[in-house]
Design a protein around this ligand. Sequence first.
Ligand code: FES
Length: 112
Amino acid sequence: METDKNYRWYKVAESMAEITQRGQRQSMVVNLFGTEICLSVYNQQIFGCNNKCPHAGAKFSDGWIDATGNIVCPLHRYKFNVKNGYNSSGEGYHLKTYPVKETDDGVFVGII
Ligand code: FES
């Protein structure tokens, strides 16, 4: 089981407000070691996933999160659970997710 200690944490924002202030989609993209990570806010929590859709590469930063917590790809509208990357619309793909934590010092993304 992966624990907090397994990750190296990288600061990506000062606060959740920095993400939500970026407009209606309430998401932002950060680049960590050549990987674009999409940070999205759902139910006052921040979630991180690879910004590139595992189906055909569209960017989740152009998508949205639906009412049940699925991040929806803007191209073919496949859905993935924003918490664990499960392909909830059933096409058999998996979306890589990243742990995100917010502390008094900022917002951090965990990389193994
Ligand atoms: S590119 Fe995302 S569902 Fe096809």
